[in-house]
Ligand binder design. Structure first.
Ligand code: SF4
Ligand code: SF4
Length: 213
């Protein structure tokens, strides 16, 4: 899932303030927490109220899209709703507003969310944890299934920095040192020899991969 958080209301209000007729588009895809129709309605009510308090009369329409990052689904869902719309406020992760902007290049598309990471949910602990930064060159096979790109605060690929204390990261004592976790997992798997392999610096071009049908 893509872990996101709603932008502060004031920031959203600032971004939509030049417009009077705004379509709020939720996304039923993989954002966590969910940001579908219900959340779009709630946001419209909050923004309407906040706008009135600032002397601004704004009209909102609300809708949702099955997956805002899918241009076909988004075009199908939104095209019939764009009459009179001056701006779209997207409740999707960062991929959503960019998809909408490509489909409607003459309409300003504004993000209502900040996107943080590809995460996993720990239901017992009630937290969402960052697990993947979508680097495009997955090395989990070499690191015992624990991602150092994401979970090591320095994104180190060749072992620990040496700053950990009691298994916790020197950059954030609330977090486990990723490389200590990797060491323990590889030890358990009998694969510590993997640590002897040198890993080249990250290939940032891997991020530029494109899906070709
Ligand atoms: S190595 Fe890259 S693709 Fe694999 S989990 Fe980490 S960030 Fe994601
Ligand atoms: S203490 Fe561990 S997790 Fe933190 S930066 Fe150093 S190697 Fe990475």
């Amino acid at each position: 899932m893509i872990v996101t958080s709603l932008k502060p209301l004031d920031e959203i209000l600032d971004s939509i303030s030049p417009y009077s007729k705004i379509l709020i588009a939720g996304c039923d895809g993989c954002t966590q927490p969910p940001r579908g129709l219900r959340e779009a309605k709630t946001l419209s009510q909050l923004l309407e109220l906040a706008g009135k308090l600032k002397g601004k009369d704004m009209q909102f329409k609300v809708t949702t899209v099955v997956k805002q990052c899918d241009s076909f689904l988004t075009a199908s869902a939104l095209k019939s709703q764009m009459d009179g719309v001056e701006a779209v406020l997207s409740l999707a992760c960062g991929a959503g507003p960019q998809t909408v902007a490509e489909i409607f290049p003459d309409i300003p598309v504004l993000p209502a969310q900040n996107s943080h990471f590809v995460g996993a949910e720990d239901r017992e602990g009630g937290i969402l944890e960052d697990r993947c930064s979508a680097c495009g060159d997955c090395i989990l096979a070499l690191t015992g299934g624990i991602c150092p790109v994401t979970r090591c605060a320095k994104g180190l690929l060749n072992g620990a920095c040496g700053g950990a204390r009691n298994g916790k990261c020197e950059m954030d004592p609330e977090r486990d040192c990723a490389w200590e976790l990797i060491y323990k997992r590889l030890e358990r798997l009998g694969k510590l020899d993997l640590l002897k392999e040198f890993r080249s610096p990250r290939n940032y071009q891997a991020k530029a991969w494109r899906l070709t049908p």
